[in-house]
Design a binder for this molecule. Structure first.
Ligand SMILES: C[S@@+](CC[C@H](N)C(=O)[O-])C[C@H]1O[C@@H](n2cnc3c(N)ncnc32)[C@H](O)[C@@H]1O
Length: 268
């Protein structure tokens, strides 16, 4: 299969995520979310991320979430005391959902449609905290370029907080007969390509724009953060899964894989 250029991969991922949005509306989860966000203290953040954000300090701060999807996590930042929240995503269709959630909420986040590699000038040097959560890093064809752009949103002394899936998991395929067999190289350079709609559970057999999922080693992530002028202040790995339910089978094992990580890096 011919590999796309970086720009084409980003554009195709945008089309795939725009198509994905309709699969996440008019579901029981969406209706529940519409009701929950009415509460001023609404938060869907788990204990790991909540604890870390408390440590970093979000109270009274200006926060940006990059790859905010439907804005549920951006809205949750107000429960931690954020003064202002901006959510950035390149999927217009998911930002429509984010704005619908925000319209029910007592808080007023701003949602901006942009590719993280082409952020508007108004977002540069503006934030105390930048947040990246599960399922963002792997859509990026060039992790060094991505960290460079993310770092630019921070004020000097501002902190990037990442809560992501662990790259070791990319070596396993939970859908094969032997989900513990090493199925793919940790150093894989070509992306995984999916040609069906992006959904969080199961599979929808309809055509969709190809989406490109890139594997980044921990070494590439650390080096990219350092090269972007960020100082790594915290890194922790966990035995719990923060990704699709499919991956829960890797939890609670005697020989435990790391399943996710948190990283905090501060702009010099
Ligand atoms: C898996 S979702 C994030 C979900 C979020 N962590 C949550 O739990 O709600 C990944 C998001 O990244 C966005 N994204 C992917 N590539 C992007 C890019 N180059 N610029 C901006 N957003 C991007 C997608 O549109 C999608 O909404």
């Amino acid at each position: 299969m011919e590999m796309p250029t970086k720009e084409n991969a980003i554009a195709s991922n945008r089309d795939a995520w725009n198509d994905s949005a309709r699969h996440h509306k008019d579901t029981p989860q969406w209706r529940a979310r519409l009701a929950e966000v009415i509460q001023p203290d609404f938060s869907c953040l788990d204990d790991t991320l909540t604890g870390l954000l408390h440590q970093v300090g979000v109270d009274g701060k200006d926060v940006v979430q990059l790859g905010c999807n439907n804005g549920r996590e951006s809205l949750s930042l107000f429960a931690l005391g954020a003064r202002s929240v901006v959510g950035v995503d390149q999927s217009e269709a998911f930002l429509d959902q984010a704005r619908e959630l925000a319209s029910r909420s007592p808080h007023a986040p701003e949602f901006i449609e942009a590719d993280i590699h082409h952020l508007p000038g108004a977002l540069q040097g503006r934030f105390d905290v930048a947040l990246i959560t599960i399922g963002v890093l792997n859509w990026m064809p060039d992790i060094a370029a991505f960290f460079h752009h993310v770092a630019q949103t921070l004020k000097p002394g501002g902190a990037l907080v990442v809560y992501e899936t662990h790259p070791f998991l990319e070596m396993f395929d939970p859908e094969t007969d032997d989900p513990y067999r090493l199925a793919s190289s940790y150093f894989r350079s070509e992306p995984f390509v999916q040609e069906q709609p992006i959904v969080y559970e199961g599979r929808v057999d309809q055509p969709a724009s190809p989406s490109y999922w890139f594997v980044h080693t921990l070494g590439a992530i650390f080096t990219s953060a350092l090269d972007a002028g960020l100082q790594i202040r915290h890194f922790k790995e966990y035995p719990h899964s923060n990704r699709e339910e499919l991956y829960d089978l890797y939890e609670q094992k005697k020989a435990q894989l790391p399943l996710c990580f948190t990283l905090v890096a501060v702009k010099r």
